[in-house]
Design a protein around this ligand. Structure first.
Ligand SMILES: [Zn+2]
Length: 126
């Protein structure tokens, strides 16, 4: 199951980030997953719970944010959410558009015990 690999990667990132906060336990982790990243959030949550069970990370809460499939028009700069794979600009009807979202798999934030959010900036590609 490929979500298991991602869950392990996420946990490794949490552990390395937690080292920068000695004495504070990670409480909550935010993940950004693109609509097209081919990741099942429920499966990922299940895997994450499975690998953290009976460990010091057991109480870690996983929050998943789904990012929509988005495009930006190169002609007018309009940003829009793509439906039915139609990438034409809804504002000016130009066909020259670029994908700006939908394939993310990012660690958005990590909260440690004192609820101080910490930017991580870890990017993971498949
Ligand atoms: Zn446009």
């Amino acid at each position: 199951m490929h979500e298991m690999g991602i869950a392990c990667e996420v946990l490794a990132a949490v552990r390395s980030e937690a080292k920068r906060h000695p004495g504070k336990a990670p409480r909550k982790i935010g993940l950004r997953i693109g609509e097209l990243a081919a990741v099942d959030p429920d499966a990922l949550r299940f895997c994450f719970e499975a690998i953290t069970r009976d460990t010091d990370m057991e109480s870690l809460e996983l929050e998943i944010e789904i990012c929509p499939f988005r495009f930006r028009c190169l002609a007018c700069g309009h940003e829009f959410v793509v439906q039915n794979y139609d990438s034409q600009c809804p504002q000016c009807a130009d066909m020259k558009t670029e994908c700006i979202g939908g394939q993310e798999l990012d660690l958005a934030y990590l909260e440690v015990e004192d609820h101080e959010p910490s930017a991580v900036g870890t990017k993971s590609t498949q």
